[in-house]
Design a protein around this ligand. Structure first.
Ligand SMILES: C[S@@+](CC[C@H](N)C(=O)[O-])C[C@H]1O[C@@H](n2cnc3c(N)ncnc32)[C@H](O)[C@@H]1O
Length: 281
């Protein structure tokens, strides 16, 4: 018999037609870890599905099942290893950079790779970047690699993500370009980086509106903010743009909306968006 080419083929003789029709065949791969979603009716077959995945993809050493949505301040996704090596540690590569990741202790998503490069290409020579909510460092490290920026201040609250952020800065030899700061952006920015940044990236879509004030405190006149948010699918941009304009007014500033797009689908009713805007005096 020919070797199965993909997950569906590998499961063709194991699952029924109905089961195959609800199988979710797309999944994220972070280094050697596949992160899969198992529909409820297939839960009893989860291990069979995971082993089939290991058999068709030799690069995958661990299969982890999603057990719920990202949660808490650190935005960690509950996962459970169901096949292969029992480890959440891996090395992930993106845009010629390497990242050490501990998937059960930090947020990480390969789905934001397009966004990271998109913004890197907008950065001009000698810009100083505020990399808020830096996680394990993908935004500032990819900016350092692919833009002529001067430096980035990468701020992260989760102590484990912060440790990995520092390790990843070294791994990519970016110590001269990125300063890692541990703590809450809402405390660190007004204290140490008032009107300091040419550009701020805010990749914390959940509750991001609570940090708009911090962004206005940190940005220079004519600086640019990349603002992420979860919004309703219907009419997704207007409410967030009104919020940005209202906050600008509080700071006696104006804003120019430069760009907006849907980043990804989040649930049946919600999507993640990004709005790029410039702060004007
Ligand atoms: C959605 S994750 C994004 C991480 C990273 N930028 C990435 O793309 O992989 C948001 C990150 O913000 C951190 N965080 C949450 N609240 C914070 C705060 N007030 N100050 C600094 N970091 C915070 C979380 O621990 C988490 O690592």
């Amino acid at each position: 018999m020919n070797k199965p080419k993909n997950l569906k083929e590998a499961l063709a003789s194991i699952l029924s037609k109905e089961e195959l029709s609800i199988l979710i065949t797309s999944f994220d791969v972070v280094g050697s870890i596949a992160v899969i979603e198992i529909p409820k009716p297939l839960m009893k077959k989860a291990k069979l599905i995971a082993n089939a995945l290991l058999s068709v993809n030799k690069h995958i050493k661990t299969v982890a099942m999603i057990k719920g949505a990202h949660k808490g301040t650190y935005r960690i996704q509950p996962l459970k290893v169901i096949a292969g090596k029992k480890s959440f540690e891996t090395l992930y590569k993106e845009s010629n950079c390497s990242f050490k990741v501990k998937l059960n202790k930090v947020f990480f998503s390969p789905r934001l790779s397009f966004e990271r490069l998109r913004i890197a290409k907008l950065i001009k020579k000698d810009e100083v970047i505020g990399a808020f909510f830096a996680g394990i460092g993908p935004y500032p490290i990819i900016f350092a690699k692919h833009s002529p920026m001067k430096k980035a201040i990468a701020i992260e609250l989760n102590p484990i993500a912060f440790k990995l952020l520092k390790e990843n800065i070294e791994l990519n030899k970016m110590q001269d370009k990125i300063i890692a700061v541990k703590g809450d952006v809402a405390k660190i920015v007004p204290k140490n980086y008032e009107h300091y940044f040419d550009r701020i990236v805010m990749p914390l879509p959940e509750g991001s509106k609570h940090f708009l004030e911090t962004a206005f405190q940190g940005i220079k006149d004519y600086g640019i903010i990349h603002f992420y948010a979860f919004v309703q699918r219907e009419n997704p941009f207007n409410e967030t743009i009104d919020l940005i304009k209202a906050k600008a007014k509080e700071f006696n500033k104006k804003v120019k909306i430069l760009f907006k797009r849907q980043v990804r689908s989040f649930s049946a009713s919600k999507i993640q968006i990004v709005i790029d805007f410039q702060v004007l005096p």
